[in-house]
Design a protein around this ligand. Sequence first.
Ligand code: SF4
Length: 423
Amino acid sequence: MTATAAIEHKHVACPFCGLSCQDLRINVRDGHFEVDAMDCAQAACGYARASGITNQTPSPTIRGQTCNIADATLRAAEILGQANSPLVGGLGCDVAGVRAAVDLAERIGGTLDHMHGDSIARNVLALQDGGWMTASMTEVRNRADLIVVIGSEIFDAYPRFGEKILWPEKPSNLEIKSRTVIVLGSKTTAAGSDHGARHVTLPREQLTDVLAAICCLLRGRPLQATAVAGISFAELKDIVERLKQAQYGAIIWSAAHLDFPHSELTIQMVAELIAELNNTNRFIGMPLTGPDGTATAQQVCTWKCGFPLRTSFAKGYPDYDPYSHGTLHLLATGQADALLWISSFNAQSPPTTSAPTIVLGHGATRCDSPPEVFIPVGTPGIDHAGLLFRGDGVAALPLAQLRNSALPSTADVIGMILSQLPR
Ligand code: SF4
């Protein structure tokens, strides 16, 4: 038997984290991927997971029993149509998928939240409170001569963060001669040690205190302490001097890794520090959002209904509440009486709930107990083309279809559910 020839794809945009690297090389043979993932284990894992479902395309199910997609979407429409306060959650999909999900939520009086809704809410709370000054990933990479990274976990969550932003290997567009990098984080990491990165270790719950102390020194106010969060006064003064000397500084944070109580205050303090620094030199921020289409869900929801995620249509108009409309709160308090869970990039199973659950999920999804309805959907950038916002929320990147697939897109499935809803 003759082996099928591989089809080569170059400059592939990767959908598996907010960096959206566009330089992968992938050979596709019979739906399987041979990936040059540029030493990124996260990307390699994402494509391997997609390869794993190639041999046997998963089928829709109702209560664990295989069915056709028309029956599955009809049952989903019945559940959602009968629910008083359904939750449209997960939202791990592309622009078209989120657009359809917002339309569906509006039609059924549902509430919209993302699987990383807590981290989105942290940023939104800080933004709403005092505003912020931000720039794109490309601008930070090309222009910042000083970058402060808030949270050492960023290096794990975005595996090519150093290579893509801090220390690019092909600095053809760089507008600076050298760059200083300071990492304020809770763990020591070797990231950037060969580039002279300075790591300042502190408990992350005390990030706000440290940023407030830096702001205080910057304003020339007295600081009644010899150390803050274990950082000596001398070291704090030295950081302040470096901030002052920067021609164009940047502070990067990932709200997903500021998961401690009231961490929106940390982000608020970052925004305040940046505003203060702009009195004398140029400084900007860059919130880096996570995987699973986090930035996409946030952007599309905001432009479609005028409010961020955690908006409910139960009252017949958009009602935003970052606390009461969170997924876990709605499920734990029994306020959501049906759950539509969307996860097309990763096999992320839905949170445990007694509410009837419909999953539009990656083919490799495994649930502890079969949901009422499971419909496998394609992954954008693998099974179908799509658009995905990069983690800085600035650019929507096109994702190409890499293989022929029988799996429908999330938008297609939601369109079928919408057409089957009772009038
Ligand atoms: S760093 Fe993120 S976007 Fe880049 S290849 Fe790895 S998983 Fe994909």
